[in-house]
Design a protein around this ligand. Structure first.
Ligand code: AMP
Length: 146
């Protein structure tokens, strides 16, 4: 069965392009619909939970910047209609799974870097997304910068 609805998880870095190109090729060959999700993580999460200050203004700025970056990302890919670009707030795995279920996606495409040392211990979003995913997951191997 060809895929019908592919969800691309985009961190909006320059590494998004190879992930997006792979998803576009798959969508073209299977005739699948393509959606994109970017997740803004709560700032408090980066500081490990309790932060003794009000981060709401900074958080709003971060969200606005993410919206701008997502808009220019979707403009770059004419194939992706703006309505199909989702900006979410929360924990990436949860949000990616939630949207994939809601939109009845049958494939999630994420980038995957080779990891070593501490980064390996901390884990990766690709790994995280794979666990209890509601559909297939394709991890696109990202090359290390030369
Ligand atoms: P990382 O494990 O953080 O290096 O990210 C690997 C891949 O996970 C990226 O190439 C994206 O496909 C996905 N990803 C990471 N962070 C996010 C995010 N905030 N929103 C959506 N996808 C993300």
């Amino acid at each position: 069965m060809p895929y019908q609805h592919i969800l691309v998880a985009a961190d909006l870095t320059e590494e998004c392009d190879p992930v997006m190109h792979r998803a576009l090729k798959l969508a073209a060959s299977s005739g699948a619909k393509l959606s994109v999700i970017h997740v803004v993580e709560p700032m408090a999460m980066a500081f490990g939970g309790d932060v003794p200050m009000d981060l709401s203004m900074l958080q709003q700025q971060q969200f606005d910047q993410a919206r701008e970056r997502l808009d220019s990302f979707s403009a770059k890919y004419a194939e992706v209609i703006r309505e199909q670009c989702h900006l979410s707030y929360g924990q990436p795995r949860q949000e990616i799974h939630r949207l994939a279920s809601e939109q009845e996606c049958d494939l999630i495409v994420v980038g995957s870097r080779g990891r070593h040392g501490l980064a390996l211990l901390l884990g990766s979003t690709a790994n995280d997304v794979l666990h209890s995913a509601p559909c297939d997951v394709l991890a696109v191997r990202l090359k290390k910068p030369a």
